[in-house]
Write a protein that binds this ligand. Structure first.
Ligand SMILES: Cc1cc2nc3c(=O)[nH]c(=O)nc-3n(C[C@H](O)[C@H](O)[C@H](O)COP(=O)(O)O)c2cc1C
Length: 256
């Protein structure tokens, strides 16, 4: 009887010891790997911004060096369009949007984001001569399954599209995930976000955009819901509650 009790005690002791060792290992690796994860996240972001500005090929393996040489990240206040001070490296739109002091509930939540951060980080990409050639603006909006985020590269007129680069999404491969297909991405350069009256007209067209459509790009086939999400995301981010104030101010005053 007593040996049974002894065995039970030893078993529980062993199980507890294994649990404690595992818990320690998991927390140790989480703490140790965090800086590496953050560095990878930053590298991924810098890669996408270079891709959005057409500098990825030129950068080759030297992503960080090229990014640091040509890209300037600035924080803006979305309502006023002003440049503001802030930590551009650790900025997280979704974290801000969970804080009522740092975000608003849009009057017209076309992008399906529920809340929008008061600030955003925009990227000015210069050429060798120091002239701004591309302005990269982050976008985020609902797809079919979840929020999709990415970047739009615009020419210095802040109207002509250079690129639409999605970085994070949970859409289905072969359907909504075709936003990553190079053939679809190649439809964007030269399209205009706004018409002459300043209305946001960029959109995806089900059944295919006409060749002379200045604003329309073919919708993703078999993925009308993702396509509508992309259109709504563009409508939101280039509208009054998105980058419209910044764009108006930048056109009037440039970078200060
Ligand atoms: C398993 C599964 C995954 C799907 N994934 C997507 C998707 O990622 N994006 C999307 O728009 N539709 C997706 N759909 C299809 C939608 O339910 C819907 O039928 C489609 O958006 C209609 O597009 P269409 O009018 O171009 O055919 C999926 C359907 C199924 C069954």
């Amino acid at each position: 009887m007593s040996s049974n009790k002894e065995t039970f005690g030893k078993t529980v002791g062993f199980v507890l010891a294994v649990c404690i060792v595992c818990a320690l290992l998991v927390s140790f690796s989480a703490v140790q790997l965090k800086p590496l994860q953050q560095a990878n996240k930053l590298l991924d972001q810098q890669t996408k911004i270079l891709e959005a500005s057409g500098l990825l090929e030129k950068a080759g393996n030297e992503i960080v060096k090229t990014y640091n040489q040509f890209v300037e990240a600035r924080m803006i206040d979305l309502d006023s369009g002003d440049f503001v001070e802030g930590d551009v490296i650790n900025f997280d739109e979704r974290r801000n949007s969970r804080d009522v002091a740092l975000s608003i509930k849009p009057k017209q939540d076309l992008a399906g984001i529920n809340r929008r951060s008061n600030t955003a980080v925009v990227y000015f990409v210069k050429n060798e001569a120091g002239t701004i050639e591309t302005i990269v603006l982050p976008i985020i909006g609902a797809g079919l399954w979840d929020l999709m985020s990415g970047y739009i590269g615009l020419e210095a007129d802040l109207n002509t599209v250079k690129s639409v680069i999605y970085s994070d999404h949970k859409e289905t491969p072969g359907l909504g995930a075709e936003v990553l297909n190079p053939r679809w991405k190649a439809l964007w350069p030269g399209k205009k976000i706004y018409n002459d009256a300043g209305e946001v007209k960029a959109r995806l067209v089900k059944g295919g955009a006409k060749a002379d459509d200045l604003h329309g790009v073919d919708a993703l086939s078999g993925a009308t819901l993702t396509s509508n999400g992309v259109t709504n995301t563009l409508q939101f981010w280039f509208g009054e509650e998105g980058y419209a104030s910044f764009i108006a101010k930048y056109r009037a005053e440039g970078v200060k």
